[in-house]
Design a protein around this ligand. Structure first.
Ligand SMILES: Nc1ncnc2c1ncn2[C@@H]1O[C@H](COP(=O)(O)OP(=O)(O)OP(=O)(O)O)[C@@H](O)[C@H]1O
Length: 301
């Protein structure tokens, strides 16, 4: 069984607002997924629905093979979707022992999980003395106590300083390396790029892209061209399968075309020359992932 979570046309409306609009995707075992989207795009609402804390309006979702009830399936899920909250006057270890009692799991793994999040040497320190980053790490240890199949984190690095952010990302990588599937929501492209293998991009509740981070990165780039006979150049580009999304950039006046294949500038120049086009400008560029993300979310605004 390799599918952990399946969403089919999952939708949530708050009155007239559609916060999550027909989301369909699957989470497969062993990968790190990022739900990426600007603030208010519906990430938390999506996580809330699959964790049974927000009622769906329509569509469906099921955990694993769908045979178990959501209530039972969620016993194999570790999730942190709110601010970590523990008893301030109890130590890290005492807090986790208590979580074990509540979850009805053995406390044999408390120290192992504290070690994973780098808090073993602070196990006897009171929660109230912890920094925000340490509190977040303790919450991760807590979510791992029952060795979940999947760990779900909503904006895990929000509010942390650069060192805290780095520590959390390292821990996520470490947990993923043990084979635990991870699903995290983030508005930071950089975060998703650094820790996730797969990404689901949403904006205003609508999915814009789902696939591997590498595939998203693997665009072949675009070219900027200028020739005297602009219309003729346009016609050739439109009728050639090397190019797509051909347009004239309003700011620069240059003709822009995305490449559909890895074409060298010399090869492209030669092809156009043979068709009678003499270029006065030819630059090949590649958009950063950030530009692609902004472009994608802008287009669908
Ligand atoms: N309980 C609620 N009642 C009404 N509207 C809500 C409720 N919860 C969320 N929304 C709205 O649904 C939309 C999606 O919110 P959501 O919190 O899921 O987005 P998000 O991507 O997680 O954003 P953020 O990163 O800012 O938390 C927003 O427009 C939000 O205002």
């Amino acid at each position: 069984m390799n599918t952990i979570l399946t969403l089919k046309n999952l939708t949530k409306k708050f009155g007239v607002l559609t916060a999550v609009d027909n989301l369909t995707f699957t989470i497969e075992k062993g990968h790190v997924y990022g739900i990426l989207g600007p603030n208010g795009s519906g990430k938390s609402t999506t996580l809330g629905m699959v964790l049974n804390v927000v009622n769906k309006t329509s569509g469906d979702f099921y955990w694993f093979d769908g045979k178990d009830s959501t209530h039972n399936a969620l016993k194999k899920v570790g999730a942190i979707i709110e601010h970590p909250n523990f008893y301030p006057y109890m130590t890290a270890k005492q807090n986790l022992d208590l979580v074990c009692k509540i979850k009805n799991v053995t406390n044999a793994k408390v120290e192992e999980k504290l070690e994973i999040v780098g808090l073993l040497d602070r196990k006897d320190h009171k929660f109230k003395t912890f920094s925000l980053g340490m509190k977040q790490r303790l919450a991760i240890a807590s979510a791992l106590l029952n060795d979940p199949e999947i760990l779900i984190l909503d904006e895990p690095t929000n509010g942390l300083d650069p060192q805290g952010i780095h520590q959390i990302r390292e821990i996520i990588r470490k947990i993923a390396a043990t084979g635990t599937t991870i699903l995290l929501a983030s508005h930071l492209l950089d975060e998703v790029e650094k820790v996730c293998s797969h990404v689901i991009i949403i904006r205003k509740g609508v999915m814009l892209y789902a696939g591997s981070v590498d595939d998203m990165n693997a665009s072949f780039g675009y070219v900027e061209l200028k020739a005297k006979n602009e219309e003729f150049l346009m016609e050739i580009l439109k009728n050639h399968d090397w190019f797509e999304k051909i347009k004239i950039d309003e700011e620069t006046g240059l003709t822009k075309a995305n490449l559909t294949k890895p074409i060298e500038a010399e090869e492209l120049n030669k092809m156009l020359f043979e068709k009678g086009i003499i270029l006065s400008h030819l630059v090949k560029r590649k958009e950063s992932l950030e530009q692609q993300f902004l472009e994608l979310t802008k287009q669908n605004a």
